[in-house]
Design a protein around this ligand. Sequence first.
Ligand code: SAM
Length: 363
Amino acid sequence: MVDEFSAKPTTAEILRWLREDDPARLARLWAAADDVRRQNVGDEVHLRGLVEISNICQRRCAYCGISALRTDLARYRMTPPEILDCAAAADAYGYGTVVLQAGEDPELTGPAIAQLVRDIKSRHRLAVTLSLGERGDDDLRLWLQAGADRYLLRFETSNAELFARIHPSAGRHGRSRIEMLHRLRELGYEVGSGVMCGIPGQSYDDLAADIALFATLDLDMIGVGPYIPHPHTPLGEQVEILRLPAGQQAPNDELTTYKAVALARLVCPQANIPSTTALATLNLAEGRELGLQRGANVVMPNITPMAYRRLYEIYPAKACIAETAQQCIQCMQARIESIGRRVGLGPGGRTGRTKTKPAEDVS
Ligand code: SAM
């Protein structure tokens, strides 16, 4: 195993692994990813409390169940006191990080989010991760100066033509998601990105290129999950428009997602990699645990209040049987301990990177 995995896999090797279906060989991939994970980020599993602060979105993404195209979905935006209550709960449960995620909601203005970040940072010793879509430099700088630590923006697929078909441009900032990831790094954020596996029209070659791009971008956080069709979205309704020739389409299944997680670990040994909710949605019994045993080291318990959570419907039947945040933490803790790992304490940022100096004053 040492010889086979002594160097980071090339794009050609990534491609071969994505097409591999021999269980004995795959067992070697899982073991290698688990070894690299242990050596680089240890046995701790960091918990990030996820708060879905608004399901209002002005984008028209063909894959996403909260896109502006959905006219049948009730919309919400949490109030600042509601969000601060969630941050307090994250702190009380011992999570080191709170993640504020939303659709691209124009009312979540730069100053409003900056005030929220300041309030969270002044009350709690929590790292703050933002995942608010494509935003301009002014907002990004303001949030960094308010104390935000990290930003998550998946590039979804590195195939620019496919991305343009499923993610119509807003034409506002004139830069791609990949350009924005570079900018986030320059500004001083810890940078997270990732992809969906098995988007209709995404080939095995595309997915291999995506994983190679994780290394080029030297990502601090990598989120990979299966694409899960939502029946009330254009892509969920008409897969055939993007159909590829037989044998080329990357599957949107559990196995392909584990391979992508394991390969992401091999190409970015020090990254924080969640075992995603989308993965647990495909296999509620043990999807999270298998992700953690095949390269992942983070889980993101959802602490959005229940009444809002059911409306943040990016895909149907998101995994979670817990009725309360308390049940959720107990469930996560038991799952982590059942595989011989332990819950990480503190913010659990990227190890081995010297933080870039934050950008100068915006004024
Ligand atoms: N608006 C922000 C953005 O676009 O980055 C954050 C919210 S967006 C709903 C969060 C992530 O949900 C996306 O990056 C995408 O990968 C994932 N997602 C959306 N629709 C999905 C689907 N049908 N299946 C799996 N993941 C999906």
